[in-house]
Design a protein around this ligand. Structure first.
Ligand code: NI
Length: 160
């Protein structure tokens, strides 16, 4: 099981995501936002909306894992979600606004958990198998960072 410090580090990373995401897209125009981060990949705009789609699930999944016994985590088809109008055409600010509120609640909630045993609580992910409450935190903290790196990588490559 992780140390208190490791847990605090991941919660802090989760809490910082909206800010670093906002910085990553700062100053990009619509044409730039509609550029794919790699050939055949999602456009930057879709990546931002995908983070929101994913992290709304993440928050709910962690809530269920804490409040129910070994819940099955409902999967969703992220590519289909990324093709929906709101996930592919809306301003990125729509999702960043949600993420600002969501991640504040998420990090505040996780910081309020005192019982160390909560981090071992299990859930069932249909593709990944058993996942603990700690696995979920780590995965979502790293997930946001991973996509921010894709955006920053494109900006560097394009010299934006
Ligand atoms: Ni993703």
């Amino acid at each position: 099981m992780p140390t208190k410090l490791e847990i605090q580090k991941q919660i802090a990373k989760l809490g910082d995501l909206p800010k670093i995401l906002q910085e990553a897209v700062d100053g990009l125009n619509d044409e730039q936002l509609d550029t794919t981060y790699r050939e055949g990949g999602w456009r930057i705009r879709q990546v931002v909306h995908h983070i929101m789609d994913s992290h709304v699930h993440g928050y709910i999944r962690m809530k269920f894992t804490l409040t129910e016994e070994n819940p099955t985590l409902k999967p969703y088809d992220e590519n289909v979600w990324a093709k929906q109008k709101d996930g592919s055409e809306n301003p990125v600010e729509d999702s960043i606004l949600v993420l600002q509120g969501l991640h504040k609640r998420w990090a505040d909630w996780l910081n309020s958990l005192i019982d160390e045993n909560v981090w071992k609580r299990p859930s069932l992910h249909l593709e990944e198998g058993e996942m603990s409450f700690w696995d979920l935190l780590k995965d979502y903290a790293e997930h946001g960072e991973h996509h921010v790196k894709q955006i920053l990588g494109l900006r560097e490559k394009m010299n934006w």
